[in-house]
Design a protein around this ligand. Sequence first.
Ligand code: SF4
Length: 70
Amino acid sequence: MGAIRKVSIEEGCISCSLCQDYCAEVFQVEDGEDCVVREDAPKHFDAKAEAIRDAARDCPVEVIAVEEAN
Ligand code: SF4
């Protein structure tokens, strides 16, 4: 699998915090607010690739978009 190039959150997040539990270096979920991707997240994309992909797979509303480099 290639490297992760970009992570973003689409509309519809239900603030469940699952992604933050998987990878707090990348995902930030304040109480009751939509998840945001941290500004310095890209420097963790390589080391945390598996956790990021797991979060995208397991997000209950599937709003985590992971862009892979080809
Ligand atoms: S796992 Fe999905 S729904 Fe839950 S906080 Fe993260 S982006 Fe939002």
